[in-house]
Ligand binder design. Structure first.
Ligand code: KIV
Ligand code: ZN
Length: 388
């Protein structure tokens, strides 16, 4: 049976940039946009056109440059925002206006100071306006994670009737937990009468460290677009990370009924580019893109991987754009890994005794040093050879 397509919507350039200290210049955004396009991201949210003149120009520059991915601009559910977004996207090969309004009681009462009925009216007006200017319109119920499901059903039905092609369910404050969020998506798909006329999307924030888990739970219940960022960059604790969602779906085809169009070999280069442009380092133990994500240090693991990679690897480093997996030589390493590294370095020892002696010296050194590099091994060998 053929699988559904999971649309990958990257918002590194919009929500990612809302990460304090992560602002990017127009040129940097275009560079990242090109990498996302090479990665075959379906939709690139390039910015919030009305936010500033700089944001407008950046959205426009990305829209003017990118040909293969759809380019999107965010807009509140007000005329001026929607018109500005349409203007920035004028030359896009494929554009999308993404309009939103909050639907949670707390946001409607304290932020918008609007009644639920007024929110529905404004939704209809905004989506119609956007549809007049662009054939692809996404509508988001901001703070859906804390919204009432009955009310969400009404807003979403109205938005789809008004012409929205994608309905996005954001967990704006990262409050949801996986089972509950998946159940919310399941109910919306079941209860919104015209749900089959739109793609349902999720947009999860990471305040409880659950953004990826919540997104995947929603996918398992029928969401067919995920909004995410490279390295999980984003407002506060960040957004769901693109690389983790894509690789989870790809690595567990037995569990997920979807496929993405992502060229996963572009993941590590994109991660490095975003990190170097924003100055946000990637933690070494970050899944998929952290320096240690494919590194093995313990002797037992190294021995297993040398014999058969899958013993301790569920994905291949090369598939996500790393050169190879990495055997870190340290105090936990065993003889097999040590011997393999000697082979790689072209070092031939005369006897098993010499190997034993070298291995012992390596272990002594490893007790004093976190990682043993090739230069350390070469120095060790030359010491032994000069002494003998
Ligand atoms: O987190 C959020 O609710 C958003 C919306 C504007 C989609 O970023
Ligand atoms: Zn967000």
């Amino acid at each position: 049976m053929s699988k559904d397509r999971l649309v990958v919507f990257d918002t590194t350039l919009r929500d990612g940039e809302q990460s304090p200290g992560a602002s990017m210049t127009l040129e940097e955004k275009v560079r990242i946009g090109k990498v996302l396009e090479r990665m075959q991201v379906d939709v690139i949210e390039a910015g919030f056109a009305i936010a500033s003149q700089g944001d407008f120009e950046s959205v426009k520059a990305v829209a003017d440059t990118i040909q293969e991915s759809r380019v999107c601009s965010l807009a509140r559910a007000v005329d001026a925002d929607i018109e500005r977004a349409a203007e920035a996207l004028k030359n896009a090969n494929a554009g999308r206006i993404h309009t939103f309004i909050a639907t949670s009681p707390i946001h409607m009462e304290y932020k918008l100071r609007m009644t639920p009925e007024q929110v529905i009216e404004q939704t209809i007006k905004a989506v119609k306006k956007a549809r007049n200017l662009c054939e692809d319109v996404e509508f988001s119920c901001e703070d859906a994670g804390r919204s009432d499901v009955d009310f969400l059903c009404r807003v979403i039905e109205a938005a789809i009737d008004a012409g929205a092609n994608t309905i996005n369910i954001p967990d704006t404050v990262g409050y949801a937990v996986p089972l509950q969020f998946g159940e919310m998506i399941r109910q919306l798909l079941e209860r919104v009468p015209n749900a089959d006329k739109a793609v349902f999307s999720v947009h999860c924030h990471n305040d409880l460290g659950l953004a990826v888990a919540n997104s995947l739970s929603a996918v398992a219940q029928g969401a067919r677009q995920v909004e995410c960022t490279i390295n999980g960059l984003g407002e506060r604790a960040g957004n769901a990370s693109l690389e983790e969602i894509v690789m989870a779906v790809q690595t567990r085809p037995d569990f997920f009924d979807v496929v993405t169009n992502i060229n996963t070999r572009e993941i590590a280069p994109a991660s490095r580019l975003v990190s170097s442009i924003t100055g946000f380092p990637v933690q070494p133990n970050k899944a998929i893109v952290g320096a240690n994500a494919f590194a093995h240090e313990s002797g037992i693991h190294q021995d297993g991987v040398i014999k058969f990679r899958e013993t301790y690897e569920i994905m291949k480093a090369e598939d996500v754009g790393w050169n190879a997996n990495r055997m870190v030589l340290g105090k936990h390493s065993g003889r097999n890994a040590f011997r393999a590294r000697l082979d790689e370095l072209g070092i031939v020892l005369k006897s098993e005794m010499e190997l034993n002696e070298t291995f012992q010296r390596f272990k002594d050194l490893a007790d004093k040093k976190h990682e043993i590099f090739d230069e350390d091994i070469q120095a060790l060998i030359s010491d032994i050879l000069t002494a003998s």
